[in-house]
Design a protein around this ligand. Structure first.
Ligand code: FES
Ligand code: MG
Length: 584
């Protein structure tokens, strides 16, 4: 693991700290700012030392991040050691499994609140502590818009859980076991008994779900101390890395290297390569687009296909494969994976160390080729996300071929349409529902605007009677997202969504749909004239959200579509870190 000893080598050294605007001088305002911060702190704290905020998403209601207070203590030690002043800054936290209606609705709110608090406070640099799915994306979006020096410490995955001798993967095995219950092959009491085995320790989901994916994305983007991502939350090396990150934050401030200087288009293209090689979550697509949007970096949905589609899948982790994050760490971790695809990475994209990412990719051996396959014998040849277009998704939709059934990647079937998640649950097991294994399940009203918040419902459970017949996958199409821990032939993030006037609103039961992943097509095989004559039925429109007040109203009025990262239109871009006016 590289440490902050290899500090930044470029950038414009800072002559006057941002925090000096608050603390410098002997006037009334400087008095106010210092006096209230004293409380046992020596006056040397205000003599020009970097003030480092530890943006901490620890919360008892975000169980995956609950241990971050301990991580923050190690960061503090590192900051002190390097001559800075560490400041714990609790920020909005989102527990993926707990918050309703979906954590994604609150990602932009968390990012907005974090951004404003970073800008409002007397701080010079940031250490970003995240873990659970939306927390690292929100932290990076916020830090990018304020553009201070910043380093991410991913909170790390849980240790492997086992139940009755078999490893249990967070999320993935919940979906699998619950389908087994629905198929009548597993008793409910056994199902419930597996709960505590699944969540064995502190940390976030141990599959290659969104949290693990975004930790690797943070590393591939260059925003972590190289080698941190994937360190289990319970591993003491995480605290060592947290200490090093605290030191590095001080060095970043001294060298004037902001997150906007670290992140380039090349950083994002590197992240896309990493996303494919690890078999990462489809949610990374909306998060990376949103982060890039904050920096004015020209990243498009099509970049995911053109850069990532041919990248081999090397990491054999659930949901695409077998193992869990602890195994990946044991096998060499994300750096060992990146070293295998080094030739595909942009050599100019730098990291918070000031050195290019590729320079950190030597001497990271693979210790277990079952977990990290060699590029010559990958798990899947062309593993990246495929971007589909057609009259059903004019602005694009995505599918993850590595998590899909090969025989369904070219498929023609008749639509079975649901207007909402509630409609889906009410009718999916109705004996009168006309559905068979060749049907295409279509779920709409689940986009950013329609739900609102774009929930993870695209991986619709299959009809119980088909499960009983042994059917394990069907083509499913949705304007929502799916959990990064889910699998199946699921076309998701359809844009524009039905509630934004997308053609998904016009699909009727029995319409023929063509999915052609190799040809990158998603077509509704209904003549154009007929589609033009069709109107979204009343029931469909009634299922779209119409919130009257608060965040939901603001969100629905301003959220962008999935192909633009589902950020709010007025949050795209950066405002920088300057605030001219005083409070008194
Ligand atoms: Fe927090 Fe999965 S629920 S990472
Ligand atoms: Mg999730």
């Amino acid at each position: 693991m590289a440490t902050s000893g290899t500090g930044p080598t470029e950038g414009t050294p800072i002559t006057r700290l941002r925090s000096a605007e608050w603390y410098e001088g002997d006037d009334r305002n400087a008095y106010l700012h210092r006096a209230w911060m004293r409380r046992g702190v020596p006056s040397s704290a205000f003599d020009g030392r970097p003030q480092i905020a530890i943006a901490n998403t620890a919360s008892d209601l975000t169980p995956c991040n609950a241990h971050l207070d301990e991580v923050a203590r190690s960061v503090k030690n590192g900051v002190y050691e390097a001559g800075g002043i560490p400041l714990n800054l609790p920020v909005v936290s989102l527990g993926e499994t707990q918050v309703r209606p979906t954590a994604m609705l609150w990602r932009n709110m968390a990012a907005m609140a974090m951004e404003e608090m970073f800008r409002a406070n007397p701080i010079d640099g940031l250490v970003l502590l995240g873990g659970c799915d939306k927390t690292i994306p929100a932290l990076l979006m916020a830090a990018a818009s304020v553009d201070l020096p910043a380093v991410v410490v991913p909170g790390g995955p849980m240790l492997n859980g086992h139940f009755r001798g078999t490893p249990l993967g967070c999320g993935t095995d919940v979906w699998k076991l619950s389908e087994e219950v629905r198929a009548g092959r597993l008793g409910r009491d056994t199902f419930v008994r597996s709960e505590s085995s699944m969540i064995r320790s502190r940390g976030h989901c141990n599959t290659m779900g969104t949290a693990s994916t975004m930790a690797v994305m943070a590393e591939a983007l260059g925003t972590t101390v190289p080698g941190v991502a994937g360190t289990p939350a319970a591993d003491s090396r995480l605290l060592e890395a947290a200490h090093a990150s605290g030191r590095l934050a001080v060095e970043l401030v001294e060298s004037g290297r902001t997150i906007g200087q670290v992140l380039s288009r090349g950083s994002f293209l590197n992240a896309i390569v990493a996303l494919a090689a690890i078999g990462g979550s489809t949610n990374a697509v909306v998060h990376l687009l949103a982060i890039a949007g904050r920096l004015g970096i020209d990243l498009t949905l099509d970049d995911f296909d053109s850069v990532g589609a041919d990248v081999p899948l090397l990491v054999n982790l659930q949901p695409a494969g077998t193992y869990l994050m602890e195994d990946l760490f044991r096998a060499g971790g994300p750096l060992a994976v990146l070293e295998q695809v080094k030739h595909l990475l942009d050599p100019s994209a730098i990291t918070v160390t000031g050195r290019p990412l590729v320079e950190h990719l030597t001497g990271n051996p693979v210790w277990d080729t079952d977990v990290i396959a060699p590029p010559a014998a990958p798990l899947v040849e062309n593993a990246g996300i495929a971007v589909l277009r057609g009259n059903l998704a004019p602005d694009g939709a995505i599918v993850k071929p590595a998590a899909a059934s090969p025989e369904l990647l070219l498929h023609r079937g008749r639509a079975v349409v649901f207007d909402s998640v509630e409609d889906f649950h009410a009718r999916i097991d109705d004996p009168d529902l006309v559905v068979d294994a060749t049907s295409v399940l279509v779920l709409r009203g689940c986009g950013p605007r329609g739900y609102p918040g774009m929930p993870e419902v695209a991986n619709m459970p299959l009809p119980a009677r088909l499960l009983e017949q042994g059917v394990r996958d069907m083509v499913r199409i949705c304007d929502g997202r799916m959990s990064g821990t889910a699998y199946g032939t699921v076309v998701l993030h359809v844009a524009p969504e039905a509630a934004a006037g997308g053609p998904l609103a016009l699909v009727q039961d029995g319409d023929e749909v063509l999915l052609d992943v190799a040809g990158r097509r998603l077509e509704l095989l209904v003549p154009d004239e007929e589609l033009r004559a069709r109107r979204a039925p009343q029931a469909t429109v009634a299922a779209f959200a119409e919130p009257v007040r608060g965040w939901e109203r603001l969100y629905v009025d301003h959220v962008l579509q999935a192909d633009k990262g589902a950020d709010l239109d007025f949050l795209v871009g950066a405002s920088g870190s300057q605030v001219a006016r005083e409070s008194h």
